[in-house]
Design a protein. Structure first.
Length: 63
């Protein structure tokens, strides 16, 4: 059975990947449907992708 810390780390990494993928999907969807660089979908997608990537980076670096 894995240690609770390992379960927490795995969960954090999984949610970080989900956030990153969701952000990319939001960006692509917004741009395909004609949204510009200041559209809410573009901004939110960028923020989701950056926060997911940042969390993933920190969780892997801090190990």
């Amino acid at each position: 059975m894995p240690a609770p810390r390992e379960v927490h780390r795995s969960g954090t990494q999984a949610l970080s990947v989900v956030m990153f993928v969701l952000g990319v999907v939001m960006l692509v969807s917004t741009l395909v449907h004609g949204g510009g660089p200041l559209a809410i979908g573009t901004i939110m997608g960028l923020l989701f992708a950056l926060s997911g990537a940042g969390r993933l980076y920190v969780s892997r670096k801090g190990g």
